[in-house]
Design a protein around this ligand. Structure first.
Ligand code: NAD
Length: 437
């Protein structure tokens, strides 16, 4: 099939590469000419494991191409996927749909009759109807089908998630759109991936409800971790014990510095705004958002407390800046709250992240960025492990201890075991477990 993807960010490029891997012929369109030039030069402007190889293979096979020319990009498309950003609107937290609507207006006249326009961006309930209204205004009488096909991939394991999803959700309002979508996803269907066909509104709510539920799970285990600390229990054991109950499940029960990233913070906020407009109460989601906002600041307070109540003039070594490992995405990362809070309290911050540095440099002023973990901890009053990159899982602990001014290791991801760290000579502070050393 001939598909077009509008937007070549994390979701757009991964969808495009994977659809071409299915055998479809995919054209990617972006308004960012630099991005398209990079793809055309064989570079991948984002970090996602395995993505470069997948793109190269399909470009060589003539199934994947890149352009800034929308007319050229959509002229033969059987389906056009919109995968542009839907960030939080400044000030009110609503999803900013201006990029989606602009894309629809631009492509309305250019797509062939009978084309399917697919919202892959995360968009609030009712957006498919709004897209239909724009089409009716710009190209009255033209047959174009609107579909909602939210994306559930996770950065860092995006390709695996796209090729082997738990399910695909497709909201449709016509039988012909349903057939086109079934054909696009046929390779997954053959692998017995459940494909849930529903209406557009339900599909739109599914995406937000899924992200909100996962956010609730994280905020919940974070609060249980706080309880464990004060009553002398071990949150890892608690998470294991509750996770063995299949009604609960063992995923998303790792306590940490609060959720971040390009989805959970903005999607929970947007869902709250939708609920407000609909006069529906989402008290659990509201509590989750509040708890998570507070948690990021609380992590800085903990670091300060562990440093004897003051970090004035002290150097703090930070390991990891991205919101999670295996991505270069810094959007809403906990580091963007923790580090400025430490700086406000007078700390000097030295940081290392394997992939996040280019983006972090633009977002974190006055941080000294270094090129490995050991440089980050040199002469520091404490080391704070903020993102659990694999390379931080097997640090040379003797070397770290020797480089630090104080042997204080604050592990906000529970990568290490308290007993091992005590044995290695650290004062070790982690999440939801008794301090050691
Ligand atoms: P992104 O910001 O990384 O990329 C968006 C791209 O769209 C940019 O390259 C931008 O130049 C391009 N763009 C904007 N307007 C355009 C236009 N009119 N024509 C062509 N290109 C245009 O965004 P992302 O992280 O890939 O997210 C895209 C959507 O997918 C969002 O709604 C997001 O919530 C959702 N989503 C993201 C993830 C994730 O992990 N990043 C997961 C699931 C869903």
């Amino acid at each position: 099939m001939r598909l077009t993807i509008i937007g070549t960010g994390y979701v757009g490029i991964v969808s495009a590469a994977c659809f071409s891997e299915f055998g479809h012929v995919v054209t990617c369109v972006d308004i960012d000419a630099n991005r398209i030039a990079e793809y055309n030069a064989g570079h991948v402007p984002i970090f996602e494991p395995g993505l470069g190889d997948l793109i190269n293979r399909n470009v060589k096979g003539d199934r994947l191409s890149f352009t800034t020319d929308l007319a050229e990009g959509v002229k033969d498309a059987e389906a056009v996927f919109i995968a542009v950003g839907t960030p939080s609107r400044r000030g009110d937290g609503h999803a900013d749909l201006s990029y989606v609507f602009a894309a629809v207006r631009d492509l309305a006249k250019l797509v062939p009759e009978g084309c399917v326009i697919v919202n892959k961006s995360t968009v609030p309930v009712g957006t498919a109807s709004e897209v239909e209204a724009i089409l009716a205004e710009v190209v009255p009488g033209k047959t174009v089908h609107v579909v909602s096909n939210p994306e559930f991939l996770r950065e860092g394991s995006a390709i695996e998630d796209f090729l082997r999803p738990d399910r695909v959700v497709v909201g449709v309002s016509s039988e012909s759109a349903r057939k086109v979508m079934a054909e696009i996803y046929r390779p997954l269907f053959l692998r017995e991936t459940p494909i849930l066909f529903t209406d557009c509104r339900t599909a739109e709510v599914i995406k937000y409800a899924a992200n909100a539920f996962l956010s609730v799970k994280i905020a919940f285990i974070n609060e249980i971790a706080d309880l464990c600390e004060t009553v002398g229990a071990d949150v890892k054991g608690v998470a294991k014990g509750i996770g063995m109950d299949r009604r609960i499940g063992n995923k998303f029960l790792n306590p940490g510095p609060g959720y971040g990233g390009s989805c959970f913070p903005k999607d929970t906020l947007a869902l709250l705004r939708t609920a407000e407009q609909a006069n529906a109460k989402l008290r659990i989601v509201q509590a989750t958002v509040d708890a998570n906002d507070d948690r990021k600041k609380e992590m800085a307070r903990r670091v300060i407390a562990a440093c004897g109540g003051s970090v004035e003039g002290k150097t703090i070594g930070i390991l990891g800046l991205t919101f999670k490992p295996n991505t270069d995405d810094m959007r809403d990362a906990p580091s963007l709250v923790v580090i400025p809070e430490l700086q406000k309290a007078g700390a000097k911050v030295r940081a290392y992240d394997p992939e996040g540095r280019p983006a972090a440099e633009k977002m974190l002023p006055d941080v000294e960025f270094v090129s490995n973990a050991y440089q980050a901890v040199e002469d520091a009053a404490a080391v704070v492990l903020l993102t659990e990159w694999n390379e931080f899982r097997a640090l040379n602990l003797d070397r770290v201890r020797g480089l630090l001014r104080n042997p204080l290791f604050i592990d906000l991801r529970n990568v290490y075991e308290p007993e091992d760290m005590a044995r290695a000579g650290f004062h070790y502070i982690s999440i939801g477990r008794s301090p050691a050393g």
